[in-house]
Design a protein around this ligand. Structure first.
Ligand code: OAD
Length: 272
């Protein structure tokens, strides 16, 4: 890491600044979870292959609910087999160091940050969590853990009739849906902490962006808001991307490489 970057990080610690960490699929890549845009994202319904952008929609859920659930239960299996890695552990350590001056905004639905030990109160899962479900007709805003009898699936494994019956809203009995944000839906505060994320960005002294390609709306808004308010932006990614450009434009840094090694190095700097 460049000495100027180290110095800027130390400066934030010395003045007791607020840290916001924004993560994407890249932080879980070292746990073996494919990043979002890899070939594993494809799914077959009938004779057609669908891309995630077509599969992960309320429209597709409305017409093919069984197939959409099957795809999510397959992805659930991939997430459940994975373990948090050095990058996730470093983010837990950052929360320990910054305490109530820490906030994590994650696009990942894999739940690995929570499993690693980040606190639910300071973790905004802005695209939801694949282990949770909610009512598909919004009879309640409540979110429920998936029923125990619903099992993760292998790639072409079908839902059982009993699982389909269990995937219903515990309040009204309508079909339940995965608690994830779909491509034809909008961010909101109640489920996805839209306003709270922007507020955190505006108040951040340092925004650490890890493993995201900058393809989604709220994360880009978080980056711009923090940069406009003069926060230190640091982007960690093996590839240049819109956030690395944003960081460098605003006087911050692009740390090119994998999350595990670079975040562990940062924790050592934060500990002083
Ligand atoms: P992407 O799959 O778009 O991008 C993954 C990023 O991780 C890329 O920029 C890679 O260069 C980077 N990367 C790969 N390996 C890495 C490593 N070891 N360490 C650090 N970075 C690494 O995933 P996201 O940006 O998270 O949304 O995608 C954002 C959203 O797009 C997803 O949450 C999903 C999708 O649409 C919804 O489903 C709503």
């Amino acid at each position: 890491m460049k000495s100027e970057c180290e110095e800027a990080i130390r400066n934030v610690v010395e003045r007791q600044g607020r840290l916001v960490v924004l993560t994407g699929a890249g932080i879980s890549a070292e746990s073996g979870i494919p990043t979002f845009r890899g070939p594993e994202g494809y799914w077959t319904v009938g004779a057609r292959e669908y891309r995630p952008e077509e599969m992960a929609t309320f429209a597709m859920f409305s017409s093919e609910p069984r197939e959409v659930w099957q795809w999510y239960l397959y992805r659930l299996g991939v997430c459940m087999k994975a373990e948090p890695n050095a990058g996730h552990e470093a983010v837990v350590e950052m929360e320990r160091i910054f305490g109530d001056r820490f906030l994590l905004i994650t696009q990942n639905v894999d739940g690995l940050h929570l499993r690693a030990g980040n606190s639910p109160d300071r973790t905004f899962q802005i695209h939801g969590n694949i282990s949770w479900m909610r009512c598909s007709v919004d009879c309640t805003g409540e979110v429920f853990a998936l029923p125990d009898m619903v099992r993760p699936k292998a790639k072409d494994e079908l839902l059982t009739g009993a699982e389909e019956s269990a995937l219903t809203c515990p309040r009204c009995g309508s079909r339940s849906r995965p608690h994830v944000l779909w491509f034809d839906e909008c961010y909101d505060e109640a489920h996805y902490r839209f306003n709270s994320s922007l507020e955190a960005a505006v108040n951040a002294d340092m925004l650490l962006i890890v493993g995201t390609s900058g393809a989604t709306n709220l994360p880009m808004q978080v980056g711009s808001a923090a940069a406009q308010r003069g926060a230190l932006l640091i982007d960690v990614n093996p590839e240049p991307n819109p956030f690395s450009a944003m960081a460098e434009r605003s006087g911050g840094f692009f740390c090119q490489g994998g999350a595990g090694a670079i975040l562990s190095e940062m924790v050592a700097i934060l500990r002083g």
